[in-house]
Design a protein around this ligand. Structure first.
Ligand SMILES: [Zn+2]
Length: 468
């Protein structure tokens, strides 16, 4: 991108405005250059401007233009509308206009005419709106002093303006133990710099600022070295990760990451950046291998791992990546042990959603309950008309009182998927507890006849609805 000062100087509209402004008079050689140059190109700037003027343009011109612009106030209503083919040229852009607007300069009282496009530059400008004449003068004075200091320390304003943002140009996050000193120096330098501009300090501060800038260069060198040394390490915090967290307004996590510059099991669940997540596939795979489970797919967009926990069984579980990292991330990041990485814990944090897997869990439970004479699943399909998956229902038969109860299928599966890693006694015992804990108010107990009637009625209603 071209330097903003150069772009502004090449803009005819800007130059026309400057010619009529006051602030620019503080830069007589630049003003005379603008006066006598019709067209401004890189070549002309290069041959006609002195080195010190070039520096002013490069470093300070945007501020000068802003000050000049602030001197002007526009009346949003046209003062004249010309008849017929009469036209007057806009003083700024030279376009012919039928509507004549005026802007006036609060510093020198000049009044110039502009057209309907250019007037907008002076009426819709909320940024500088309402600045008093005193403020405009103060700003102009600051600019004068800015010019003095820039002579001695070229580019000082750009350096001061970008002090903190410069930390963002590295491909990795700079940890606080390096960043801290850099920011502290920035604060000191900025205070002295502004004291000088506000005339609270004289040019004796130039030396002090130069010392800060030397220290700055040293620290920048350190940061470059840090970046080079760490960029290829796994789990170093990349700029892209920081940008994602910034978009999420997650300053807390950025702060935490800055402590070491590296991702830990504590911060990992907060990071959604694509490369980071996709690169973890290898870790997820090798961890799952220790349980003899397979990773079928890392679904980045839905944030889940699709896992077949038992290679010889038709079961697919969905594990949210955030949960996986929260509970088992310590294995990957070699942190202190948190939750044991076992099959039952993996099942606990996972969901089962596809029909085949649900049917597999139901038949496994049914098999394990084989000998139980207390509570059983009731798996009648009502002449093949009842689809418990479609209704998301599950019937349970309490043999102790020969009553039936219908529960939510997905909730039931969520509670009983652990049957896959438990014994038949566990399943029988848990199911009794489960049924006994179902509240009498919410879960009616049916006789077999009532249960069938309830289901058939519903099947009938659904069929009717479908063929309506
Ligand atoms: Zn114009």
């Amino acid at each position: 991108m071209e330097n903003l000062g150069l772009t502004l100087l090449k803009n005819k509209k800007t130059r026309s405005l400057l010619i009529h402004s006051e602030t620019i008079k503080g830069y007589p050689t630049i003003l005379s250059f603008i006066r006598k140059t019709e067209e401004v190109t890189d070549e002309i700037i290069d041959t006609l401007l002195s080195e010190s003027d070039k520096r002013v343009v490069y470093d300070l011109f945007p501020t000068i233009v802003e000050s000049c612009h602030n001197e002007w106030r526009g009346n949003p209503d046209p003062e004249d509308v010309l008849d017929g083919d009469d036209r007057v040229e806009c003083t700024l852009c030279g376009r012919d206009n039928k509507l004549i607007f005026y802007i006036h300069n609060i510093m020198n009282g000049k009044r110039i005419n502009v057209g309907s496009t250019c007037i907008n530059l002076f009426t819709h400008d909320t940024l500088f709106e309402g600045k008093s004449k005193a403020e405009v003068i103060k700003k102009a004075r600051r600019n004068q002093r800015l010019r003095m200091i820039n002579e001695k320390i070229p580019g000082i304003k750009r350096i001061m303006d970008n002090w903190e943002d410069d930390l963002k140009k590295y491909d990795v996050l700079i940890p606080s133990y390096i960043e801290k000193e850099y920011l502290e120096i920035g604060l000191h330098a900025s205070r002295i710099f502004n004291d000088y501009l506000d005339k609270k300090a004289d040019k004796s501060v130039f030396d002090e600022i130069s010392v800060f800038l030397e220290k700055r260069n040293e620290l920048i060198f350190q940061m470059e070295v840090y970046c080079k040394e760490h960029i290829n390490n796994r789990f170093v915090v990349t700029r892209k990760i920081v940008q994602q967290l910034e978009r999420d307004s997650d300053g807390e996590t950025i702060k935490e990451l800055k402590k070491t510059g590296y991702i830990s099991s504590k911060t990992a669940p907060k990071i959604r950046e694509e490369k980071f997540i996709k690169d973890l596939e290898i870790d997820f795979k090798s961890m799952l291998e220790t349980l003899s489970a397979d990773l079928q797919d890392l679904d980045y967009y839905n944030g889940v791992l699709k896992i077949t926990p038992f290679s010889d069984k038709p079961l697919l579980i969905l594990t949210p990546i955030v949960k996986f990292l929260t509970y088992f991330g310590w294995v990957i990041f070699k942190d202190e042990k948190y939750v044991g990485f076992t099959m039952s814990n993996l099942l606990r944090i996972s969901k089962v959603t596809d029909i085949a897997s649900i049917e597999y869990i139901i038949s496994s439970i049914d098999f394990l309950l084989g000998k139980s004479n207390k509570v059983r699943l009731y798996l009648d399909d009502y002449d093949n008309k009842y689809d418990r998956y479609e209704f998301s229902e599950m019937d349970i038969h309490d043999l102790r009182n020969d009553k039936y109860v219908t529960v939510n299928l997905h909730g039931f599966i969520d509670d009983f998927k652990l049957a896959l890693v438990n014994s038949d006694e566990w399943v029988a015992g848990e199911l009794i507890k489960y049924v006994d804990n179902l509240s009498r108010d919410k879960y009616s107990r049916y006789t077999l006849e009532e249960l069938k009637e309830k289901h058939y009625r519903r099947i009938y209603r659904e069929t009717e609805r479908m063929f309506k």
